[in-house]
Write a protein of this length. Structure first.
Length: 409
């Protein structure tokens, strides 16, 4: 069952291959009087920009910048590749953001901008508004991650503090024509949320971001510069126009898992909310559905109560293992993994557990209950030998899960 679960996870990742998803959309790029300006951001940035360069008309003039996370960076001919921090922005990302801004400011009416956007782009390309420092923005991300917000809420705030997010890139691209190709890591595929929507209208206003932070009781924890900026409700502006095309998503990957399984049932394509509730839903689904393969997809959240190390997929897997340890489910196995190959600030993609996981943790001299209470799912799964390790995949369409049960007597 472990081998089968890993194969299904690999099918999900393969279906999100950024080059294959982008290729049909660039088959007939026209010759233009000016330059093609290629800007690729996100965990799939390198694959996407390589594909774009390969599809440019013969002899086309172009300039290219790709910004990706450290795990996925590689040299690309005729392209400036910049590595930056994720999920917390760093100085390298700020340098990359400034480079993108400066290139966009050179556009003319003869140019065409191709924006290639994938998950992770929000943290990778920080360009703080005036008065807000990179350190301040990093602190905002840290506080929001600890508050258990979902990706929409996270990016609602991020957009308000950036020169590039929430349509900022589109505004800077004027007067050139802008075409944006987007690989979604967001459940529901809201283009305003993916990488914080650099080529689309913002999710909400500064006032709405202020109200969200207040409702979460974290506004007073924010840096003073952020508080001051959000208290001023800036006037809304008409977003610059861009052609935005969705080229891949979590749903595509779930369908690929279903096809690869032969008998799989997609139970949910919107597994969101706290991992504790998600774990209960998965167990309940397994109780109610006798299919051998149950497939889920989404992006859960973790409320941080301890100082351990882990990620949402690892904690979800650990919670399922503990809830189902004594359940009447026969032989079963559960995998939860991030399609980018990295779960939280760890080197694991997620976890792959069975009904003996909790006991293996105890046999290793650890307490699964204590480790879970400290948000230390990485240590727990490592003790059990149940970490899902894939390395960076070069793509990102959120998370996928599969619950397998053996039907053999």
């Amino acid at each position: 069952m472990r081998q089968r679960a890993v194969r299904l996870f690999e099918a999900a990742v393969k279906a999100a291959d950024p080059a294959q998803a982008l290729r049909p959309h660039l088959a007939d790029l026209p010759e233009i009087a000016g330059r093609y300006i290629l800007i690729s951001i996100g965990k799939a940035a390198c694959s996407m920009i390589e594909e774009a360069i390969a599809n440019l008309p013969n002899g086309a003039k172009f300039e290219a910048i790709a910004v990706t996370n450290y795990e996925n960076v590689r040299d690309i001919k005729h392209c400036v590749v910049m590595a930056a921090g994720h999920p917390v922005p760093d100085e390298s990302g700020e340098t990359a953001g400034q480079a993108v801004i400066e290139l966009l400011q050179t556009t003319t009416t003869d140019d065409v901008v191709l924006a290639l956007i994938s998950g992770g782009g929000s943290a990778l390309l920080p360009a703080p508004v005036e008065g807000v420092s990179l350190t301040d923005k990093a602190e905002v991300s840290r506080i929001l991650l600890g508050a258990g917000v979902d990706i929409t809420e996270m990016n609602m705030v991020r957009q308000q503090l950036s020169r590039l997010k929430g349509g900022g890139m589109a505004g800077l691209a004027v007067p050139a024509k802008l075409h944006s190709y987007i690989l979604s890591d967001v459940i529901g595929d809201d283009l305003r949320v993916i990488a914080s929507g650099p080529t689309v209208a913002p999710i909400a206003t500064p006032a709405a971001a202020w109200e969200l932070l207040t409702s979460l009781n974290v506004f007073d924890l924010m840096p003073t510069s952020v508080q001051d900026y959000l208290k001023v409700n800036a006037p809304e502006t008409e977003p610059a126009r861009s052609e935005n095309i969705l080229i891949g998503s979590n749903g595509h990957s779930l369908h690929a898992m279903q096809v690869a399984s032969g008998d799989g049932a997609i139970v949910s394509n919107s597994l969101t909310g706290d991992v504790e509730d998600a774990a209960k839903f998965i167990i309940q689904s397994a109780m109610q559905n006798s299919a051998e393969t149950l497939i889920f997809g989404g992006e859960t959240t973790v409320t941080i109560r301890g100082n351990g190390k882990g990620g949402r997929n690892q904690e979800l897997a650990l919670r399922v293992a503990m809830l189902a340890e004594n359940a009447d489910l026969g032989d079963w196995l559960f995998l939860s993994g991030g399609t980018d190959g990295r779960d939280g600030p760890t080197d694991a993609a997620g976890g792959i557990v069975d009904k003996h996981t909790a006991q293996r943790i105890r046999d290793a001299g650890e307490s699964p209950e204590a480790l879970l209470a400290n948000n230390d799912s990485y240590a727990a799964l490592k003790a059990a030998g149940d970490l899902l390790m894939t390395g960076a995949t070069g793509t990102n369409v959120a998370d996928v899960q599969v619950f397998l049960r053996s039907t053999k007597a």
